[in-house]
Design a protein around this ligand. Sequence first.
Ligand code: PLP
Length: 434
Amino acid sequence: MTHNDELFARAQTAMPGGVNSPVRAFGSVGGTPRFFVSARGPYVTDADGREYVDLVASWGPAILGHAHPEVVAAVQDAAARGLSFGASTPAETELAEQITSRVGAVERVRLVSTGTEATMTAVRLARGFTGRDLVVKFSGHYHGHSDGLLAQAGSGLATLALPGSAGVPEAVAAQTVVIPYNDPDALAEVFAQHPGRIAAVITEAAAANMGVVSPHRGFNALLARTCHDNGALLILDEVLTGFRLGAAGLWGLQVAAGEVYSPDLFTFGKVVGGGLPVAAVAGRAEVMEMLAPLGPVYQAGTLSGNPVAVAAGLATLRLADAAVYARLDRAADELSTAVEDALAREGVAHVIQRAGNLFSVFWGEDVAAGVSDYETAVRQESFRYRAFFHAMLDAGVSLPPSAFEAWFLTAAHDDAALERIIAALPTAARAAAA
Ligand code: PLP
């Protein structure tokens, strides 16, 4: 029995499934989850002292690599000055200004602690602003675990083959209308069916919680236009993509590519906290100023804008310059090409899909022509990923423990780290082929 095995057995007697977030339990890939004790740059080390090249990056936040010395120093400095005041601090305004200066469509920011809170607040704001109740979401998109947003919510649920969650009252679920992604007809139809009742459409900027599925060119702009024409708001969820795909997230990349549109609200998380709990709801002033204390939409948090967490986010954003994004893009090019080659050599039917520096592999003939919605994503042969995942883990590479998750690189993935991953690919590809 390894130390990891012992720790997992003990954890299961203290915590449901031995974890504090379901996908960590290795449910879909099987085996014993690794318990990590330290991390630095592109590497994580488990309780048995084994080092892995990490392709999870804390599910996104660790864009600079783990324990970046300047981020750690900023956190230590903030911690030494006090862990939490429950009052305003100068650094909160600086972080909000970092966001408004990077994302042109954002005029006001409210800091919260998790992406779940950010999307929950965005939905409440949209309802308060429009005086309407219905929210439209896309199947396979994940926006955190608030009751109304859990319907057909992608990775965690797909991993467990659940359509939604028990414990969500029917009356609450009925306020969310789920439609297929990348389907302009379904969008037109939902607005035709519910005239004057839709408060908001919420979408991941690019879907990355059912594997990576980009919006078709022009689709996000179509959402913005349709919402505007029908008196609804567009909430662009950039919790995962924001400040990871580029300085202004996927929205920034799309605008630079000529797809000009303005979401009414954005949600951010992950990178914006640099590995500590910070997230944000942000958007145009007219909508954001509906929030208390200015307006009637209530939202609050004991630890919102926590000074230690804000220090981590601020240090991370200050360091996330053009060179960092260029490095991430290069690493994603190199790694996705190597995976493509290894799988092709073994004749494994697959498709690799990218959104900027994020990518994932869909497995099997049924999906090899490309995936643009959840209905297709769930037809992939996840069992191939299980074999691939464990072969990589045995070779010292820690991949996301589900075929429905994106692979996360960091700017610390240097040539040595990439070479270690690439060296493991032939054996893993063979395992996937079997
Ligand atoms: N929105 C998106 C697009 C996400 O990927 C996630 C988490 O993965 C969330 C919201 C929820 O964020 P959190 O886990 O911080 O609550």
